[in-house]
Design a protein around this ligand. Structure first.
Ligand SMILES: [Zn+2]
Length: 185
């Protein structure tokens, strides 16, 4: 057992005295730990994305910020989605109240694999969230230039917030096939 440290080496709680809440660095440390192992909880952390997908998300995000500084800014609403949450989403409009939001059962969404192979987005300016189709369309132009596929282009089930590797399916993810992005970025 380690001997207890004396008060000497302890850090002065500067942040507390300055009126800054110490929550942010603590949250960061926890997220890093979680990303190291397959998480059980759903996430909006880009570190839970396939690294190449995460890299291209960041390229598209920063391109959007510099191209459209006047618009609401894009952020991630989902990277990894747990099987439990996928099941709850699938139940909506079927065995649970609400509208149908997905046709994917657990394992049938690219969000269900780890690291996740799809991400969902929304927009915000200050504390206001934005879901206007035009914003998704403008972001999609940039995302597609970095080799991403947009769910808003799908014919059967439009999914405006959704981006993923092009032509990639959950069956490919299940078989462990690596995604190909086709566009160098
Ligand atoms: Zn999605």
């Amino acid at each position: 057992m380690k001997p207890k440290r004396s008060g000497k080496g302890r850090k002065t709680p500067v942040a507390k005295r300055a009126g800054v809440r110490p929550a942010a660095p603590r949250r960061k440390a926890r997220a890093a730990t979680r990303a190291a192992a397959a998480p059980r909880a759903s996430s909006r952390d880009p570190r839970d994305l396939h690294p190449e997908l995460a890299r291209r998300w960041e390229l598209a995000r920063s391109a959007f910020a510099s191209r459209h500084p006047e618009l609401a800014q894009v952020f991630l609403t989902q990277s990894y989605r747990s099987a439990q949450d996928q099941a709850a989403d699938y139940a909506r409009g079927r065995t649970a109240p609400g509208k149908v939001v997905t046709n994917a059962q657990p394992g049938q969404s690219l969000h269900n694999y780890y690291p996740a192979l799809a991400f969902d987005i929304a927009f915000r300016s200050g504390k206001t969230l934005h879901w206007e189709v035009e914003l998704f369309r403008q972001f999609a132009v940039l995302a597609k230039s970095f080799g991403l596929e947009w769910g808003g282009d799908w014919k059967s089930f439009k999914d405006n917030p959704h981006f993923q590797p092009p032509g990639y399916t959950w069956r490919m993810a299940k078989q462990g096939i690596e995604p190909a992005f086709r566009v160098n970025a």
